[in-house]
Design a protein around this ligand. Structure first.
Ligand code: ADP
Ligand code: MG
Length: 493
C-alpha cells in the first residue's frame, strides 16, 4: 500500500494553518470531487471545479470526531467517512440566543484511497478535538496520537430514572463519534461511585475525565471520594470532572453551561465534555463538630432553603407542583431558627461573571452592610446572632436547573456569597419564595448579602437541618472555608 497518497497533510501540509486538507481528486461529497479543509476557524468542502463553490461548512469549534467504514461504490471498494458536528443553531427570528442550543450535523465524504489515509484523518481530528493540535504540528501525528479515556458513572436512580436513557441515547453515541474509550460504571447502590474513585487502583494518570451522569448527589459522592484518597492533591491537579444533567438537582453543570451561554441540556454538556477545556473552580470544606470534613461545590443551606430541599424531596411523587405546595407550607409555618453566624468578610472588588441580559444584577452597595446589632470583631470577622429564617452560602450561579441562586457569581471567585434572612413577614416570605427561580430575591429588602471566604455557624435551636449540596449533614457547629480553584471541570473558556 502506498503511504504517499497526497491527501493527507496534517499540519505539515501545503495550506498555511491547515489541520487537514486534500488537494487531489480523491474525495467526493455528494458524488462531486471536492477539496476538504480544516483549519482553526472552519471545516469547509469546496467543489473541485473552476467556481470552487462552497458545498458545506461548519465552524471548526463544532467538530467532535470522525468515523469511517468500507463501502462499495459502482463496484469499486472505497471508504465512507462521517464527520460529526454540533453547531449552535440561532434563536427565533435568526437572532442569537442567551443560551446556545446545539444540533447534530453529519458530513459524509467518500474516499478513493487506502485505509491509512482515513486512519490518519481520524487520528488528526481526534487529537485536534482533544486540544492537542500544538503537539501535532511538532511531530509525526502517529507518535503523539493517544486514545482519550473517560470513566463514566451513571446513576440509574437519578431523577425519575432518566440518567440511563440520557447515557444510551445522547452521551454514549457522542463519545463514540469522538473516539473516546469509556469505562462505564452504572451504580448499583448509594456510595458505589465514592468507593470506586477512592480506590487507589482507579483514576490513573491515563484517565482524562470522570463523567457523572446523574444529579449533584452523585457528583458529591465522586468529589468526596477523591478527597478521601492519599494522593488527592495530585488527582485534583490532573483530573477533570464532567457532570451531565440527569438528576433532579443539577446545579453545578447548570452553572457551568450558563456561564458559557450554553443551554443546560445533556447534549450541550456532553459537547463541553468533548470539546471543553479544564476550568479550575472553587471547592469548599465544611467541617462538622465531630470532625468530619465534607467537600462541597454548591451551597450550604440552613433554615428555609434546607427545609424546602428536604420537604420537596419527600413530595417527589407530586412532580413539579411540589414547589408550590412547599411554598404554601413555608409561608404558613414561617419558621425561625436561633443561631450565631460568623463570617470573615472580603471587601475587595468582586470578580463577577459578565452580566447576562434580562437577569438581575447585584447592587454592590448591598454587600457586607452591617447593622447596629452585628458585632464587628475588628479582625475581619463579623458575628450575627439571633433569629434567622435562612442562611444560604452559595458558590454557584445555580443551585438547581431552575434556582438562580447567584446572579453574577463566578465559579472561581474564591468566595462564598452568603444570603441571610432574619426578619420577614408572610407577604415578604411569599414574594421571596416566588423570586428564587428568577434570581430577583437578591434585591429583596429582606435579604442581606455577604461575601466571605470563611464562616462558622452555630445553631442554637435544637431541631433543624443543613443541606450541603443537597445532602443532609450533621446538625451542629460547622466551619467552612473556600479552597480557591481546587478542582477542575470541563467547560467552555
Ligand atoms: P437526583 O438529583 O435525582 O437526586 P442523584 O444522582 O443526585 O440524583 O442521586 C441521588 C442519590 O442516589 C445520591 O445520594 C446517590 O448517592 C444515590 N445513588 C447513587 N447510585 C444509586 C443506586 N444505584 N441506587 C440507589 N441510590 C443511588
Ligand atoms: Mg465562589
Amino acid at each position: 500500500m502506498s503511504s504517499t497518497v497526497p491527501l493527507m497533510s496534517a499540519v505539515q501540509g501545503a495550506k498555511e494553518g491547515a489541520i487537514l486538507s486534500n488537494d487531489s481528486g480523491l474525495v467526493h461529497y455528494r458524488s462531486r470531487p471536492c477539496t476538504v479543509t480544516l483549519d482553526q476557524q472552519a471545516f469547509a468542502v469546496h467543489a473541485q471545479d473552476k467556481h470552487e463553490q462552497l458545498l458545506i461548512g461548519y465552524p471548526a469549534s463544532s467538530l467532535i470526531g470522525m468515523k469511517y467504514k468500507i463501502v462499495t461504490v459502482k463496484g469499486k471498494t472505497c471508504y465512507r467517512a462521517e464527520l460529526f458536528f454540533y453547531p449552535t443553531v440561532s434563536g427565533c427570528c435568526g437572532g442569537p440566543r442567551a443560551e446556545n442550543r446545539r444540533q447534530r450535523r453529519v458530513v459524509q465524504l467518500i474516499f478513493n484511497t487506502n485505509e491509512s489515509v482515513l486512519i490518519q484523518w481520524m487520528q488528526t481530528i481526534q487529537s485536534y478535538v482533544a486540544g492537542k493540535q500544538a503537539d501535532l504540528a511538532a511531530a509525526d501525528p502517529s507518535t503523539t496520537y493517544e486514545v482519550r479515556k473517560f470513566v463514566v458513572f451513571v446513576n440509574p436512580k437519578s431523577g425519575s430514572g432518566t440518567a440511563l436513557k440520557i447515557w444510551r441515547q445522547t452521551v454514549c453515541p457522542m463519545f463514540q463519534e469522538a473516539g473516546i474509550e469509556v469505562t462505564l460504571i452504572v451504580t448499583e447502590y448509594a456510595n458505589h461511585a465514592k468507593e470506586y474513585v477512592s480506590n487507589m487502583n482507579h483514576l490513573t494518570a491515563a484517565v482524562e475525565a470522570v463523567v457523572i451522569i446523574g444529579g449533584d448527589g452523585l457528583l458529591f459522592e465522586v468529589v468526596n471520594g477523591i478527597a478521601d484518597r492519599e494522593d488527592s492533591a495530585q488527582v485534583w491537579q490532573r483530573l477533570v470532572l464532567a457532570p451531565i444533567p440527569g438528576g433532579t438537582g443539577n446545579g453545578l453543570i447548570k452553572s457551568i453551561l450558563f456561564s458559557a451561554h450554553e443551554e443546560g441540556t445533556p447534549m450541550n454538556a456532553a459537547f463541553c465534555t468533548i470539546r471543553g477545556a479544564a476550568l479550575p473552580i472553587d471547592m469548599a470544606t465544611v467541617t462538622t463538630k465531630s470532625g468530619t470534613v465534607h467537600h462541597s461545590f454548591l451551597s450550604l443551606a440552613w433554615g428555609l432553603v434546607a427545609d424546602i430541599d428536604i420537604l420537596s424531596e419527600s413530595m417527589r411523587f407530586l412532580g413539579e407542583p411540589r414547589m408550590y405546595v412547599a411554598a404554601v407550607y413555608f409561608v404558613m409555618a414561617r419558621r425561625f431558627y436561633e443561631g450565631r453566624l460568623c463570617m470573615k468578610l472580603v471587601h475587595s472588588t468582586y470578580q463577577t461573571s459578565s452580566p447576562v441580559k434580562g437577569t438581575p444584577s447585584l447592587k454592590t452597595n448591598k454587600i457586607n452592610k452591617l447593622l447596629p446589632a452585628d458585632v464587628d470583631g475588628g479582625d475581619g470577622w463579623v458575628t450575627l446572632e439571633g433569629r434567622f429564617m435562612m442562611v444560604f452560602a452559595v458558590q454557584t450561579s445555580h443551585c438547581s436547573m431552575s434556582m438562580f441562586s447567584g446572579p453574577g457569581i463566578a465559579l472561581d471567585d474564591g468566595l462564598f456569597t452568603v444570603y441571610v434572612v432574619q426578619d420577614i413577614g408572610r407577604l415578604g416570605l411569599l414574594s421571596l419564595l416566588l423570586s428564587f427561580d428568577s434570581g430577583d430575591f437578591i434585591n429583596s429588602d429582606h435579604v442581606r448579602i455577604f461575601k466571605c471566604n470563611e464562616y462558622s455557624l452555630q445553631p442554637l435551636t435544637k431541631k433543624g437541618r443543613y443541606s450541603l449540596d443537597g445532602e443532609l449533614i450533621e446538625y451542629d457547629l460547622i466551619e467552612a472555608s473556600v479552597l480557591p480553584k481546587a478542582m477542575k471541570v470541563k467547560g467552555m473558556p
